[in-house]
Design a protein around this ligand. Structure first.
Ligand code: ATP
Length: 348
């Protein structure tokens, strides 16, 4: 709302009755909202030093488009992706990481010939939803919410939200937008510098259209957490397990000596040192082995290795699977191959 609109807002609000109690004059005065964080660059707080924290990462990509295209020797179509902080002065923060004022975004701007915009929009729309599924998210918990043509942002020709069904309802985790040539044209207009691309093959010169994929890393992270959290009963006991896809699990393998004697810790430390070169591992020698499994289940660790009495006899260890809780024996010297194959090539 513009400042001079404040009086109009005040008059309008004074005529409205509260829909709940029916009383008049229950509203506060109209106020001006700004969702961008305003600050000053440098120590002097004068108006020439006013700057705004970025509410999305995209703009830096737009202004650097020709630099990247030329230095990376790219031809259209190609994309530039970036991950970084974004700041929005949200009216309310809520639902843990769902709405925060500082969050992590991961965006890609994909530059295309304007003639091909529909093809590439459809391509990224499908690819981006499949990306969540490829990392283990349940397909039935995902859906598209296509923006109605009358509801599109001023820069967009077509847009969709990829939504996840959180415990509090459906919420957007990523947006896919056809931003047309709006951004590049505006940067051209205000900087006076051309952002046109010359296509060597067709000899065409044009301002590319942009298909944007804009995901919240923190919000998606929360969706993955929610999607993988299970509480179940195993042999009369409650088990909390985070069934994170192996590629997302922060720890890939837990390593436990069954007891802290008989040479088991030494073997376990050797296995740890060997696997750590390739995978994120966690060594735990505290408490009963059953409790150690449970701790790793809660952290989402897909596999645990236990060095036990049989290891001392035949150089094999117990490998326990988080989801099935099945235990198999694997030779000490085959562990690296076993986990690299299981974890790095895991597919759903
Ligand atoms: P919403 O209306 O759901 O807050 P938006 O339509 O403003 O989102 P975009 O501007 O398209 O979202 O931002 C892209 C992505 O950034 C969103 O899909 C979401 O994952 C993430 N995001 C946006 N605002 C926030 C926020 N305040 N906190 C955490 N993540 C956010």
């Amino acid at each position: 709302m513009l400042l001079e609109d404040a009086d109009i807002g005040k008059t309008l609000l004074s005529k409205l009755n509260c829909p709940q109690c029916g009383n008049a004059n229950t509203f506060t005065d109209a106020r001006k909202f700004n969702l961008m964080f305003k600050t000053f660059i440098g120590p002097v707080e004068d108006s020439s030093a006013v700057v705004y924290l970025r509410p999305e990462t995209a703009q830096g990509i737009f202004v650097n488009f020709l630099n990247v295209q030329g230095s990376a020797r790219q031809k259209i179509p190609f994309g530039i992706a970036q991950i970084g902080k974004a700041f929005r002065n949200e009216i309310n923060t809520k639902n843990f990481l769902f709405i925060t004022r500082e969050f992590e975004q991961m965006e890609m701007q994909f530059f295309v010939n304007p003639k091909d915009d529909k093809k590439w929009y459809d391509y990224w729309k499908t690819e981006r939803l499949n990306w969540f599924v490829s990392l283990g998210m349940r397909k039935e918990k995902l859906r598209y919410h296509d923006h109605h043509p009358t509801k599109l942002a001023h820069y967009a020709k077509e847009a969709t939200d990829i939504e996840y069904e959180f415990p509090f309802g459906w919420g957007e985790i990523e947006g896919v937008h056809n931003r047309t040539n709006f951004d590049l044209s505006r940067h051209e207009e205000y900087s006076g510098k051309s952002l046109k691309y010359f296509d060597e093959e067709s000899k065409e010169k044009f301002v590319p259209f942009i298909i944007e994929t804009s995901a919240g890393a923190s919000r998606s992270f929360m969706a993955f957490l929610v999607d993988s959290l299970y509480e179940e009963e195993v042999k009369g006991e409650q088990r909390t397990v985070l069934r994170l896809h192996p590629k997302l699990a922060p720890i890939k393998v837990g390593i436990f000596p069954l007891v802290n004697k008989d040479g088991m810790p030494e073997i376990a430390r050797n296995i740890e040192a060997d696997l750590r070169k390739h995978l994120k591992v966690f060594y735990d020698d505290k408490g009963a082995v059953g409790r150690r499994y449970r701790r790793q289940d809660e952290a989402g660790t897909p596999y645990c290795v236990t060095i036990d009495t049989e290891t001392l006899q035949n150089q094999t260890v117990t490998v326990r699977d988080r989801d099935s809780m099945e235990q198999i024996r694997v030779s000490n010297d085959k562990l690296k191959e076993y986990f690299v194959q299981k974890i790095l090539t895991a597919q759903d």
